[in-house]
Design a protein around this ligand. Structure first.
Ligand SMILES: Nc1ncnc2c1ncn2[C@@H]1O[C@H](COP(=O)(O)OP(=O)(O)OP(=O)(O)O)[C@@H](O)[C@H]1O
Length: 593
């Protein structure tokens, strides 16, 4: 929707706030790359060296492993040196905590506001996925840090609210699911539940009240994971591990009728190596093939989701979730109201050049999805689409009801056969017409109010995006890191957005006043109907009541539908309100004022 010619400004990457690119690189699929250092065992090998560099916290350069290449080779593009840019890149000195803070912290906060999040670690065998996701007691990984933050946020922000956290932890090994939270788990089946989505039948759900509750269970689970020694990693995970943290919260404010629930899925994928390259045979080779099938299925889903979000034509919208257990499991997290981060791990050693390049290419492709994430981050927008569909359906129903009502009135009433009540009949008709007109007014009033509320909601939504971008622009401009051109564009953009915000605020006030007028008019119509009914006690009354009752039933139905629609608007406002809380906590409250 366009207000005063101002298209709502879209949200850019929340996490990497300083990265402002004046073009269209908005995202919710955050792609981070982490480079692991040479291990001690690698350092001792004479021909091993580190060939990956991270520049400016976002550029990853993979040097040509062939040292004989000289400057001339480079300028003539005869070198295999490759360079990629991501949302964020971590060199080998970074800790799990730093990776967490830069990629996941904001997303985990949002989980407590009802926003699903999926994070997966992707990379070749031995590149550091498990190190990043699971970590060690001294350097806990993203799984543990996420859980810790969930509870810290609860204690800080929602101490008095009803709050529950449950965890599941499973692995997908050779297209079979096993529960990592129980000893000797048998294979588990996936079921599609029409209400709850994809479920794993028999999976253990563990209620957690403190992060410590789950630490021991996670450790046990990790020990149960299928690992093998491969050439590339002495304890290589042969399965995909999925930790799901389900958070439910009942806010204590006036939205307390609602329960916010969201799922945080943390996925430690198995190594993406090509089976042939790891010298594996037999079972290991089969594992490799199956691992790659799942990863391929995941890549296909991500590509399809990207195209879909970019508005590809119908037919291109099919997302092949069913091609693997992994993608079926991740379906909820990857589609719709979910934010996604991909942490890509690469090993810096020269003999890993091909793996690293393959991984970075994959990550680079995933990065493309960013442009679509505008829609994905704007989850509120997708709700609006649902909301619009529902309103359209209900409006159709309202007009059908009107048609039925008119048909009904065309049927002669029993009293019309009586020759003695001609006067009464005329009066009755007049009365019925007046009642019909009022009911019609009431319907129109209801429709008008719905449209007004929808407009209010959409303007607020537009300004929500605007303020997100303003915040990012402010950070970008105050960081003083952009080129002169970028800074100038950033300033222009900031001015445009500020004008849009002000215009939208004015529109908002206008619509709100109209809603008030509309509500008053509704009260007036209702009292006119009541007056008509109560002032007529003559012979026509019984007949009138028969018709009126019918209309009253229709009216009740419509009021009920109205309540349903109001509820949808109400829920949308709660989403907005929650997003505002996130913004306010990040220091943006002042901008709104
Ligand atoms: N950032 C890092 N700093 C130091 N050591 C690391 C780092 N990342 C990984 N390692 C070490 O590298 C080895 C392989 O790491 P890890 O097991 O996490 O790889 P992986 O990608 O999960 O492999 P696989 O796919 O085979 O399971 C481990 O010994 C781990 O301790």
């Amino acid at each position: 929707m366009d207000y005063n010619g101002k298209t709502p400004v879209k949200l850019s990457s929340v996490v990497n706030a300083q990265r402002y690119v004046p073009s269209t690189s908005n995202t919710s699929l955050i792609v981070g790359v982490r480079v692991r250092p040479l291990l001690k065992s690698e350092q001792t090998k004479s021909n091993r060296k580190d060939i990956i560099r991270v520049i400016d916290g976002k550029v990853v350069v993979v040097l040509d492993p062939d040292e004989s290449k000289d400057y001339l080779d480079q300028v003539q593009h005869r070198t295999k040196e490759r360079r990629y840019t991501f949302d964020v890149a971590f060199d080998f000195q970074s800790t799990n905590r730093e990776v967490y803070d830069m990629t996941l912290r904001d997303l985990v906060s949002a989980v407590l506001y009802g926003i699903n999040t999926t994070v997966f670690a992707y990379g070749a065998t031995g590149s550091g996925k498990t190190y990043t996701m699971v970590g060690s007691p001294n350097d806990p990984g993203l799984m543990i840090l996420s859980l810790q933050q969930v509870f810290q946020d609860r204690d800080r922000l929602f101490r008095d609210e009803e709050f529950s956290v449950t965890c599941t932890y499973l692995e997908v090994y050779n297209e079979t699911i096993y529960d990592l939270l129980v000893k000797n788990s048998g294979p588990l089946e996936l079921r599609e539940d029409p209400e709850q989505g994809v479920q794993v039948a028999g999976l253990k759900h563990v209620p957690v009240s403190t992060p410590d509750d789950i630490l021991g269970l996670l450790e046990d689970g990790n020990r149960r994971r299928k690992t093998e020694a491969t050439d590339a990693n002495s304890a290589s995970s042969r399965s995909h591990a999925v930790l799901e943290i389900l958070v439910k919260r009942k806010p204590l404010n006036h939205y307390r009728v609602q329960q916010l629930r969201a799922k945080l899925s943390l996925v430690d994928l198995a190594g993406s190596e090509r089976a042939a390259e790891t010298n594996n045979a037999g079972q290991k080779l089969r594992d490799g093939a199956s691992i790659n099938r799942s990863l391929l299925a995941l890549a296909n889903c991500i590509n399809a989701l990207g195209k879909m979000a970019a508005g590809a034509k119908a037919g291109a919208n099919y997302v092949p979730y069913r091609n693997s257990k992994l993608t079926r499991l991740l379906k909820d997290g990857l589609s719709g109201n979910s934010r996604t981060a991909m942490i890509t791990t690469v090993a810096a050693a020269n003999d890993q050049y091909h793996h690293s390049i393959n991984t970075l290419k994959y990550a680079d492709r995933a990065k493309e999805i960013k442009t679509h994430v505008v829609q994905n981050v704007g989850t509120v927008e997708s709700h609006i689409a649902d909301y619009q569909r529902m309103i359209d359906a209900l409006q159709l129903e309202v007009s059908e009801l009107r048609g039925q009502l008119m048909e009904h009135q065309a049927v002669p009433s029993p009293s019309s056969n009586s020759p003695t009540n001609g006067t009464s009949r005329g009066f009755e008709d007049d009365l019925l017409t007046r009642i019909d007109n009022l009911v019609q007014d009431m319907n129109e009033n209801i429709e008008e109010r719905i449209n007004l509320q929808k407009a209010v909601f959409e303007i607020e939504d537009a300004n929500l995006f605007n303020r997100y971008e303003l915040k990012q622009l402010e950070e970008f401009l105050s960081a003083g890191q952009g080129t002169v051109k970028e800074v100038a564009e950033g300033r222009d953009r900031r001015a445009d957005i500020q004008i849009a915000v002000r215009d939208n605020e004015r529109e908002l006030a206008k619509y709100k006043a109209e809603i008030l007028a509309n509500e008053n008019s509704r009260t007036d119509i209702q009292s006119r109907i009541d007056r008509l009914v109560s002032s007529n006690s003559n012979v026509a009354f019984l007949n009138f009541m028969r018709t009126f009752r019918l209309q009253a039933i229709r009216l009740q139905e419509m009021k009920f539908q109205m309540a349903v629609r109001d509820q949808i608007i109400f829920e949308q406002r709660a989403v907005i309100s929650n997003l505002w809380k996130i913004i306010n906590r990040s220091g943006m409250g002042q901008v709104r004022a």
